[in-house]
Design a protein around this ligand. Structure first.
Ligand code: AMP
Length: 217
């Protein structure tokens, strides 16, 4: 199964991805996570990406496309994979189509997590993340058991610098201009499934589960 998760920042892609990963044994490949780790480790291209991420803008297409192709070529994914946060522009979507074609892989489905803008602004201001393993937390709904320590890996739980309100507004604008057109791009291919992403995380997951179980058959 090869799927893409699409939606506004804060729509719940990362949270749902972790749950999908566990049940369907489908690795989550998140460009945001990969970029944040490169920033933390200050690798060569992590440094190149830093200004874009901090400003709430997209890292240039050629950098992200190179990164994802490298990642997809490096590991074998016998059960498929789930792309979270990629593609985010039409150029990236077209590059992904070409790359998958060269591997003889068909993209099965795009899960589009549909949520109100006011809701994501609220969610992003209370979101926290483990700086080591990137597990998402939330001060309103999902705190770690020990203060600021990740339940899974013991890493430090922090607020992402790009979840500050001024950067969030820029990220939403970036989404409108560059990522939203992908809904039409994939709708024309008839592979978009809309998942209403309001309310309880488990309820949203039940919708996801139903869709993926059908796809598995
Ligand atoms: P995310 O964790 O998916 O919200 O991504 C965090 C940041 O990483 C974004 O705001 C971008 O600066 C950068 N980023 C992640 N994925 C991409 C992508 N596909 N194309 C360009 N920049 C990206």
């Amino acid at each position: 199964m090869h799927i893409v998760l699409l939606g506004l920042p804060g729509a719940g892609k990362g949270t749902q991805a972790k749950m999908i990963e566990q049940e369907f044994d489908l690795p989550q490949i998140s460009t945001g996570d990969i970029i944040r780790l490169a920033l933390k480790e200050q690798t060569e291209w992590g440094k190149k990406a830093e200004d874009f991420v901090k400003a709430g803008k997209l890292v240039p297409d050629e950098v992200v496309i190179g990164l994802i192709e490298e990642r997809l070529s490096a590991d074998r994914h016998p059960k498929g994979f789930m792309l979270d946060g990629f593609p985010r522009t039409l150029v990236q979507a077209e590059a992904l189509d070409r790359f998958l074609l060269s591997l003889g892989i068909r993209l099965d489905m795009v899960l589009y997590f549909d949520v109100d803008r006011e809701e994501v602004v609220k969610r992003l201001s209370s979101r926290r993340i483990c700086e080591r393993c990137q597990t998402p937390y939330n001060v309103m709904s999902k705190l770690p058991k020990k203060d600021d320590i990740c339940d899974l890996c013991g890493g430090r739980v922090i607020q992402r610098s790009d979840d500050r309100p001024e950067v969030v507004l820029q990220r939403l604008e970036t989404y409108d201009h560059q990522t939203k057109p992908l809904i039409d791009y994939y709708s024309l291919k008839n592979i978009v499934k809309v998942i209403p992403s309001r309310g309880d995380i488990q309820d949203v997951y039940r919708e996801v589960q139903a869709v993926l179980r059908l796809l598995e058959k």
